[in-house]
Design a protein around this ligand. Structure first.
Ligand code: HEM
Length: 219
């Protein structure tokens, strides 16, 4: 019954060829340093899963944001655990993605034909930092408010277009309900959508080119 259903599905979607192209490949001859990309991917998925749970109770308005977080911590079963994983996971993800980038640099894996994989990687690093920056405001406590005030002020010091960037980020001249709404939209929709798209191309290129060889003494 199950075999028949699988054959029916395979004929329409091509599951077997999809499996062969994506997963049925020779094991790369790497070492532990080669696991950091997959660790970044795991942390991204973990952040996505825990973030979805948090979004069920979180309210992105100045009147309710702080209280909704308090409720997650004290009123929701295992809410403290889910928030804790999301909170520490974000710092860990920035760290792991950064070390992954350093390893790619040290082994010179950004060279031909992997230049595009590297460039997309830079986009991934920026998006990851952006996720941390936008997420930091969401608890709407004193630390979040003033950190974002300073962060957006720094972005506003860019020559010529600084004022535009500051107003675009804050939704006006000051931090307000509009800022919180904007950061929330960026944190749960815009940046994750960009990350999913970029990770998709990143992985496609990794499958296409295979894992690079670590340089030998002679190289
Ligand atoms: C969300 C962030 C990222 C994810 C999920 C991710 C995922 C991966 C995975 C699964 C691999 C294959 C395994 C490995 O070599 O570790 C890989 C390889 C690679 N990544 Fe990333 N990556 C991310 C960020 C970056 C960044 C920031 C850069 C550089 C700016 C980068 C550049 C590369 C390159 C050039 C390779 C090929 C390495 C080789 O063939 O030896 N990635 N990435």
């Amino acid at each position: 019954m199950w075999k028949k259903f699988y054959a029916w599905l395979d004929e329409r979607i091509g599951l077997d060829s999809l499996y062969k192209a994506t997963l049925d490949r020779p094991e790369p001859k790497g070492n532990w340093w080669n696991t950091l990309g997959s660790a970044s991917l795991f942390l991204f998925l973990l952040q996505g899963a825990t973030g979805i749970f948090l979004a069920i109770y979180y309210t992105p308005s100045p009147d309710h944001a702080y209280d909704s977080i308090q409720y997650i911590m004290t009123g929701v079963q295992f809410g403290w655990l889910i928030r804790g994983i999301h909170h520490w996971g974000s710092s860990l993800m920035v760290l792991v993605v950064f070390i992954h980038m350093v390893r790619v640099f040290v082994t010179a894996s950004y060279k031909y034909p992997r230049e595009l994989t590297w460039l997309i990687g830079i986009g991934l690093l920026l998006m990851t930092v952006g996720m941390g920056f936008t997420g930091y405001l969401l608890p709407w406590n004193q630390k979040a408010f003033w950190a974002t005030t300073v962060g957006t002020q720094i972005a506003g010091s860019v020559p010529f277009i600084g004022d535009f960037i500051l107003k675009a980020l804050r939704g006006g001249t000051d931090l307000s309900a509009l800022t919180l709404q904007r950061f929330f939209a960026a944190h749960i929709w815009i940046l994750p959508a960009l990350l999913v798209a970029l990770i998709g191309v990143h992985l496609f290129l990794i499958i296409k080119h295979g894992e690079s060889q670590f340089p030998e003494k002679e190289d």
